[in-house]
Design a protein around this ligand. Structure first.
Ligand code: ADP
Ligand code: ASP
Ligand code: MG
Length: 408
């Protein structure tokens, strides 16, 4: 019997009616003689609600306690979905992450899955039951509850699919696939039939939150066939696969963007060996992740050093730099947390020159100033003022004709 892991996100289980709808979909799959393991998120808005409660008590909530709190969201939906299935005559059992023996490391609020013991799940499947597992959570070696970071239910689903050697991991959500860019920003965005793991990984790490980065990483590593589809509309969705000759060969697959960025500049630092380490050392010590880094060519033996961080870390990073400013003999520390990063992604870039210049020209024609640039083999990212985000995404979507279906 084919085995599918189906994951339903927060908006797909946001109300009792929607949970009923999900139960009906699962029943249809059972009638097609498929074995089904379901992973569900918390009802939409619930994880945010719980976070707000915690922050009303502690500015930086105790991570262990936060995980106990946040994991309750998913616990609600597994039970409700099993009840809905039972009402429809479909035997089902719910499992929290711990009950499903999803073992993680000890990094509370961003734990990684290290092992899954699937004995119980397999036994249930053999008995013809639907297995419903809470996404986004596991337990560490001590038996303490951990969570996997925002969007982590995607990773639970992929990890279960890998452990159970499922035929496919299906991510059901409120869009009917992966689009050339977020359809909420560019209504002309086009659904992709396929995208490579590599491109999807870039899209996810550059801000496309349709799939959690770790889920894509995991699927690529363990070769789990991964598909994004709509909970509410029929369709084949988007398959994430390895590159092959029959794939649509687009130069650019998509545009990702990230609104969670902030940039900091240390002005007038002496241009000598060790300066970058002296600036970024204390930043790393403060547990702040750095994204882009740019150092200007030195003029008059001094230089400016700019880097970007997550917007949540902006105040802390500014603080750290102001503390080390005199030690660095820097003239000034400045920053801006009203910036965004917009990126073009495509494996076709490898073999084509001129993409960057076309990108920069298109943005310039709209009067959009580029503040920073960074490139890799299959992506080009630019940092822009926040107010230009929508215009930049739409301009690039048009310039690279991403709304046009590919002609094979
Ligand atoms: P879920 O709650 O089901 O996990 P998410 O909100 O995490 O759903 O992910 C789905 C959302 O991702 C969509 O509603 C869409 O706005 C957004 N999104 C961002 N980039 C893309 C993209 N390239 N293609 C499709 N959706 C995207
Ligand atoms: N409920 C968690 C979140 O909102 C996990 C998930 O939905 O994937 O981030
Ligand atoms: Mg999600």
């Amino acid at each position: 019997m084919p085995l599918f892991v189906q994951k339903y996100g927060g908006t797909s289980v946001g109300t009792v009616d929607k949970i009923q709808h999900v139960a009906t979909k699962i029943l249809q799959a059972k009638r097609r003689n498929e074995d089904i393991v379901v992973v569900v998120s918390a009802m939409s808005g619930e994880t945010d609600r719980l976070l707000t409660l915690a922050r009303q008590i502690q500015t930086h909530p105790n991570p262990r306690e936060l995980d106990v709190l946040l994991s309750t969201g998913e616990q609600v939906t597994i039970a409700l979905l099993c009840m809905a299935l039972e009402e429809k005559g479909c035997p089902a059992s719910s499992y929290t992450g711990g009950q499903a023996r999803i073992l993680t490391d000890a990094a509370h609020t961003k734990a990684r899955i290290v092992d899954i013991d699937t004995t119980r799940i397999r036994r249930d499947l053999e008995q013809g039951k639907v297995v419903v597992v809470a996404g986004f959570q596991g337990v560490n070696e001590e038996g303490d509850i951990t969570t996997l970071g925002r969007g982590g239910s995607d990773t639970t689903a992929v990890a279960l699919a890998a452990a159970l050697k499922a035929d496919e991991c299906q991510i059901y959500t409120d869009v009917d696939g992966v689009y050339t860019t977020d359809p909420r920003v560019e209504p002309k965005a086009r659904r992709l039939n396929r995208i490579t793991f590599e491109e999807m990984l870039e899209m996810a790490s550059l801000g496309s939150k349709v799939l959690q980065i770790r889920a894509v990483e995991f699927a690529g590593k363990y070769n789990v066939p991964l598909r994004v589809l709509s909970t509410f509309d029929e369709g084949k969705g988007t398959l994430i696969t390895y590159e092959d000759e029959t794939m649509e060969q687009a130069l650019i697959s998509g545009i990702a963007f990230n609104r969670d960025e902030a940039k900091l500049t240390v002005e007038g630092v002496p241009d000598r060996p060790g300066i970058a380490a002296k600036i970024l050392g204390p930043i790393a010590d403060a547990n702040i992740e750095v994204d882009m880094i740019v150092q200007n060519v030195a003029e008059d033996a001094t230089t400016d050093f700019t880097f970007t961080v997550h917007r949540n870390d902006y105040a802390k990073a500014l603080d750290v730099l102001n503390q080390v400013k005199s030690e660095l003999s820097a003239r000034k520390v400045t920053g801006d947390d009203k910036i965004v990063k917009v990126s073009l992604v495509g494996v076709g870039m490898r073999s084509h020159a001129g993409i960057a210049s076309k990108m920069f020209r298109s943005l310039a024609d709209e009067g959009i100033n580029i503040r920073m640039i960074s490139t890799s083999e299959i992506k080009i990212s630019v940092v822009l003022d926040e107010k230009y985000l929508e215009l930049a995404v739409r301009t690039l979507h048009e310039a690279f004709e991403l709304d046009q279906p590919l002609t094979a």
